[in-house]
Write a protein that binds this ligand. Sequence first.
Ligand code: PEP
Ligand code: MN
Length: 337
Amino acid sequence: MIIIMKPNASKEAVSRVASIVESRGLQVHLSKGDEVTIVGVVGDKSKLHGSNIEISEGVDKIVNVTESYKLVNKKFHPEDSRIPVGNTFIGPGSVTVMAGPCAIENNRQLMETAVAVKKAGATFLRGGAYKPRTSPYSFQGLEEEGLEYMKEARDATGLNVICEVTSAHAIEAAVKYVDMLQIGARNMQNFELLKEAGKSGIPVLLKRGLSATIDEWLNAAEYIISEGNPNIVLCERGIRTYETSTRNTLDISAVPVIRAKSHLPVIVDPSHATGVRAYVEPLAKAAVAVGADGLMIEVHPCPSCALSDGPQSLTFDQFRTLMDDLKPFARLVGRKL
Ligand code: PEP
Ligand code: MN
């Protein structure tokens, strides 16, 4: 439940309400907006029976939060969150572009890509060091060696860097090298991994599971935030449907739906959503137009030589053109790109 304070409620009134809640063994999450303060209550609300909290000074009304996710819920935190990551923020006002190869293959491939995507205007370099491949015989990633290349690219270009983690061991390694952890679609409901990411203390990009509903996705984010890590960004990357023309089906409606249900930023990955290079550009434009907080796009120096996801990867030239073409879309929605 949430306790909505009156617009003129004093600080003392808010603290009094918070201490009543805490004295009953419940957790308090304060959200101070320009107009009103909301006291979010996490735990078994029946413990508040008999507390008369609804008539406590400064309380306007009490609203039950019926969804099972609380801390990522918009009702708990009506203002959209801006998430600090590396040297920047992800959220309202900007379109953050994360670009790079599907997999880190060698130092030169990563460094060349980093320089090219930075020049085109990306602020994040992506690249997989731990690859959750469908087949165990496909390239599985360079692991810690790849993370070292990521850090070198970061130091050389000033880009923020993000890598997918697939195990607690990978998290332990990655926190030494990257600005943001990525939890991939296949691990969205790996609850132990989500808890470890929550404990890691660094920002997390949480991709939507292949067949996950939006509520399941938000509950997965709740696992991370409930371990004390509020720095979460969601990523829509397409879902499984009966359609086979594209690798997945981009659920563009997820952007406004997330915006309505949660305060967390949401970005879109048109590369994994489609699996087809030619569809990346139109869907990237659609994502910006619909209000996404950013994009994740696969770029490779030689897509036809790529060890993974070549068919959906853009060349450097294609990426540069895309970035230029996206600018008017960002301007239309009042965001910087
Ligand atoms: C990736 O971003 O490298 C990736 C594997 O994506 P997803 O988890 O969305 O399939
Ligand atoms: Mn990929």
